[in-house]
Write a protein that binds this ligand. Structure first.
Ligand code: CTP
Length: 478
């Protein structure tokens, strides 16, 4: 009886039930089946996982259909005949079936020649020892961990190592270079020395991988608990130079007349780690990654003053669009948010250097809108000074800015605010068609309110409009 046999990995009741059904279906079809890859790895690490990969020595699609039937009526089974893979969704589990394969790659292509193989062939072609472990679902050794490459020991040693020669593993499928670094960052593992050397020598081959897949791995690095681990490895491996050259422009410290500036690359990595302690939001982490991206282009040495980066916020904001386009990141609201935060990232800091006037606070609230909290989070993450007194002073100033933001927002409700006199009202009042004059009048009203010259009321705004329009010889039509 299979169900009485223990598994070498911890599984929930539901997972055990599914595995037993798969084992039974495989037994009835006469095909040996195994649970393999990420699920086994993550269970051994105590990480959450819902994706099961089943490999069988036979036809994965036939096995998937049989498992689908045994799990109940109307269990959808989707399959891709060309790849010989099938997927069954059951409750929150996604179970992927495939026949064991042997793969051989040619230098010029990513597409391997695939033939049917044994479990051992299938384990050989996998990327890392920790991903090549399998749990048998056969009758004779149900539940046993089959670990030909000492993956379990590598989990213990926290080591990323390839089953075969690393040169071959990475050359076969160059995406694995990104995966190695992603796992190192996600799991806080070390990449074995010879494997890392192979990544360095194969880095150029990343060019044959689609941008979407590269960016997918990059984002997983960004979402790891300490993204600097992966980002630094990307840099040291030579991959970053190929996939994201603008980051490389930030590396290093230039000296002139005995004065240097901070290394903007490592400062950025620290800011990304800092913000990651407070948010799992990918786009806030991206804002941290790009906040100083305009620095290399704006860097100047001003005699008597030192290094300056004037306008790096605006230049950086412009670069966001180009970078998002090149990396095939989404170009809608997420990009707008990142761009806005990059553009505004100096504003709260500059507020702390002068008197914090109501109008400066109102402007900041108006420009940041609902993203004001995210902006403050970025600015706090941006403090990476080693000087404790300085850090303390910055944080206290930010506290003050936050307090003032709250007060001004409570009294003025500027967040998501629209001036009380709209463009339509202006056109109607003076019989104007849409055009520059309407825009100018609208802006003048908004500026007057934000600067505190007139109160934020319809009456005051309308009176101000009449006055401004009068200067342009406009008179109301009614
Ligand atoms: N695999 C591989 N080479 C790749 C991608 C995947 O050898 N380029 C193998 C690994 O054995 C991996 C398994 O296929 O464990 C499943 O791949 P995937 O689902 O992409 O990754 P996981 O390892 O499950 O990790 P994650 O879910 O975090 O992406």
């Amino acid at each position: 009886m299979i169900s009485s046999k223990p598994l070498d990995i911890p599984c929930s009741l539901q997972e055990r039930k599914v595995l037993e059904k798969i084992a039974l279906a495989a037994h009835e079809l006469g095909v040996p089946a195994y649970l393999i890859g990420g699920f086994v790895r993550d269970k051994l690490l105590g990480r959450k996982t819902k994706d099961m990969d089943i490999v069988c020595v036979g036809d994965g699609i036939t096995l998937a259909h049989k498992v689908g039937q045994s799990l109940g009526d109307n269990i959808p089974v989707s399959f891709f005949k060309t790849y010989g893979t099938a997927q069954v969704k059951w409750n929150d589990l996604e179970i992927e079936f495939v026949g064991a394969r042997k793969e051989s790659y040619r230098q010029e292509s990513r597409n391997p020649e695939v033939t049917a193989g044994t479990l051992q062939d299938d384990q050989n072609r996998r990327d890392f020892t920790i991903n090549a472990m399998a749990i048998s679902l056969r009758d004779i050794d149900y539940g046993t961990l089959l670990d030909p490459f000492e993956g379990l020991a590598d989990l213990d040693r926290k080591l990323i190592r390839t089953p075969l020669a690393p040169e071959q593993t990475f050359s076969d499928d160059p995406l694995r270079m990104m995966r190695a670094i992603r796992f190192a960052s996600q799991l806080q593992f070390t990449i074995e020395e010879s494997a890392f050397a192979a990544i360095r020598s194969n880095a150029e081959r990343i060019r044959i991988i689609s941008q979407e897949r590269i960016t997918d791995e990059f984002n997983k690095i960004m979402l790891s608990s300490k993204p600097s681990v992966g980002l630094d490895l990307l840099y040291k491996s030579g991959l970053l130079k190929i996939i994201f050259p603008q980051m490389i422009d930030m590396v290093g410290v230039e000296m002139y007349e005995g004065k240097g500036h901070k290394d903007n690359f490592y400062h950025t990595l620290q800011v990304v780690d800092n913000i990651s302690e407070n948010t799992r939001d990918l786009w806030l982490r991206w804002a941290a990654l790009l906040h100083d991206i305009g620095k290399p282009a704006t860097k100047k040495f001003e005699p008597g003053h030192g290094w300056t980066f004037h306008g790096h916020d605006a230049v950086g904001g412009k670069m966001v669009t180009r970078i998002f386009t090149r990396l095939k990141l989404p170009l809608g609201d997420k990009m707008k948010l990142v761009k806005k935060l990059v553009e505004l990232h100096l504003r709260p800091i500059s507020l702390t250097k002068e008197n914090i006037t109501d109008s400066a606070i109102r402007r900041l609230l108006f420009d940041a809108g609902d993203d004001i909290e995210s902006l403050m989070m970025l600015c706090e993450a941006d403090i990476t000074s080693k000087n404790r007194t300085k850090v303390k002073r910055y944080l206290e100033n930010f506290e003050l800015v936050r307090k003032r933001l709250k007060e001004v927002e409570e009294s003025d409700k500027i967040r998501n605010w629209q001036p009380p006199v709209t463009g339509e009202m202006i056109m109607e009042t003076f019989g104007l068609k849409p055009g520059r004059i309407v825009g100018d009048l609208k802006n003048a009203i908004r500026e007057a309110i934000l600067d505190g010259h007139i109160p934020n009321t319809y009456e005051a705004a309308y009176a101000f409009l009449l006055e401004k329009a009068g200067e342009l010889n406009l008179t109301p039509v009614k």
